[in-house]
Ligand binder design. Structure first.
Ligand SMILES: *Cc1c(COP(=O)(O)O)cnc(C)c1O
Length: 360
C-alpha cells in the first residue's frame, strides 16, 4: 500500500526510508537493547549520534568552520525573541523585511527589545511579491538584517540572497532549509524549526557565525543565550534527543540522494510541474509574482470557491491530504518539501486535471 501524500505545511512528511530505519532501530538501537530515546544525552551512544548528525549537516550544507550549529528547542518562534535578545543591544536597532505572516511575527517580537526599522514591505501587494532590493531602506546602524527567505503561508520565496555588507544577515529558513544549495557564508545566522524540512517537531536548528555568539547582556536568561548552548554543545540541558537522532537520519538520507544540488533539481522539477498545471488552466490560479514563487509551498485557488470542499474530499479519496489553504489566503496550499516524492506531485497534478474536467 502506498503511503499517503501529505501536503501539510508542517509537521510535514518525512522520507519513508528514514521512518523505516527509525522503526528498525526503535526497540534495539545498534545492539544496545535500548531505544535511542531512552539513553542519556551525555552517554557515548547518543553523543556519537549527535556528532554524526552535526557532521552530516555541516557537510551537506558546506557550513564553514567559523559557524556553530545549535540543536535547540522552542521552535523558530523562540528564535524570534532570542535573536533580538542576543544581538540587538549592540546598536539598539535592527532592520526587518516584511514579506508575510512569518516576517510579521518576527517583527512583533523584535519590537519588544528595541528599534525595528522595516526596510521594505509587500503588504500592500497582499504579500504576493518581494520588494526589489534597490527599494530597501537599510539603516546604517542596524545590528542585523532579518528576513524570511520562504514565506510558508503566502508561498513567496527569494531565489536570490540579499547583500547586506558588514551587517549580519539573519534568515528564518524554517520552510526552505536544505531544499537547495546555499552559500552559508553570506549569512550571520540561519535558523529553522525542524518540522518542515529537517525532522520531527520539537527541534530547532540554528547556524550562527562565531562573532555573533557571546553578545547577550547579563539579564538574558541562560536558556535564551546563544553562548550557553554554543559552549555546551547544545547540551546545557536535555536536548530533544529523538528529534536530533531523526534529523541525523534525514541529513544522511539527503547525502544519499546526492546532496543539496540533487535535492534542488528535484524540488525545482516538482514545483515546475505543479505551477505548469496551475498556469495551464483557467480553473486554477496562483497569486504570486512568477519570479518569487516558492518551490516549497504552493498556494492555489479554484475559480469557484464553492467547490473547495469537493476538491478536498475528492483529493482525500485518492490519498492526497492536508491541501486546505491557510485561512488568511484561502483556497488550497500544497507543501512539497524534500520528503514529498515527485510521484506525489504527479498524483496531485493528475487529480487537479481530473477534477477540472469533471467539476470545473
Ligand atoms: C513554521 C514556521 C515558523 C514557526 O515555526 P515553529 O517551529 O512552529 O515556531 C516560523 N517561520 C517560518 C517561515 C515557518 O514556516
Amino acid at each position: 500500500m502506498s503511503r499517503t501524500y501529505n501536503f501539510s505545511a508542517g509537521p510535514a512528511m518525512l522520507p519513508e526510508a528514514v521512518l523505516k530505519q527509525a522503526q528498525e532501530e526503535m526497540i534495539n538501537w545498534h545492539g544496545s537493547n535500548m531505544s535511542i530515546m531512552e539513553m542519556s544525552h551525555r552517554g557515548k551512544e547518543f553523543v556519537s549520534v549527535a556528532e554524526a548528525a552535526e557532521a552530516d549537516l555541516r557537510s551537506v550544507m558546506a557550513i564553514p568552520d567559523n559557524y556553530k550549529v545549535l540543536f535547540l528547542q522552542g521552535g523558530a518562534s523562540s528564535q524570534f525573541a532570542m535573536i533580538p535578545l542576543n544581538l540587538m543591544a549592540k546598536t539598539g536597532k535592527a532592520d526587518y523585511l516584511n514579506t508575510g505572516m512569518w516576517s510579521k511575527k518576527a517583527i512583533a517580537e523584535a519590537k519588544r527589545y528595541g528599534d525595528v526599522n522595516i526596510v521594505a514591505t509587500s503588504e500592500t501587494d497582499k504579500f504576493t511579491t518581494i520588494p526589489a532590493f534597490d527599494s530597501w531602506n537599510l539603516s546604517d546602524d542596524a545590528a542585523y538584517v532579518h528576513y524570511t527567505p520562504n514565506e510558508t503561508i503566502g508561498g513567496v520565496e527569494f531565489h536570490w540572497t540579499p547583500e547586506t555588507g558588514d551587517v549580519p544577515l539573519i534568515a528564518d529558513m524554517s520552510s526552505t532549509i536544505l531544499s537547495r544549495p546555499i552559500d552559508v557564508s553570506k549569512y550571520g545566522m540561519i535558523y529553522a524549526g525542524a518540522q518542515k524540512n529537517i525532522g520531527p517537531a520539537g527541534l530547532t536548528v540554528a547556524i550562527i557565525r562565531d562573532d555573533l555568539i557571546g553578545q547577550a547582556g547579563s539579564s538574558v536568561p541562560a536558556m535564551m543565550n546563544f553562548e550557553t548552548h554554543a559552549k555546551n554543545e547544545s547540551m546545557y540541558n536535555t536536548p530533544p534527543t529523538y528529534g536530533w537522532y531523526l534529523a541525523g537520519l534525514v541529513f544522511a538520507w539527503i547525502k544519499e540522494q546526492g546532496g543539496l544540488a540533487a535535492m534542488g533539481e528535484i524540488n525545482k522539477r516538482k514545483a515546475d510541474k505543479l505551477y505548469a498545471a496551475i498556469d495551464g488552466s483557467d480553473f486554477y490560479a496562483n497569486p504570486v509574482e512568477k519570479q518569487s514563487r516558492s518551490w516549497m509551498n504552493v498556494p492555489f485557488t479554484l475559480a469557484n470557491s464553492d467547490l473547495d470542499g469537493d476538491f478536498l474530499a475528492g483529493a482525500k479519496d485518492v490519498n492526497l491530504v492536508t491541501l486546505k489553504g491557510h485561512r488568511s489566503v484561502g483556497g488550497m496550499r500544497a507543501s512539497i518539501y524534500n520528503a514529498m516524492p515527485e510521484a506525489g506531485v504527479e498524483a496531485l497534478v493528475s487529480y487537479m486535471a481530473e477534477f477540472e474536467r469533471t467539476k470545473g
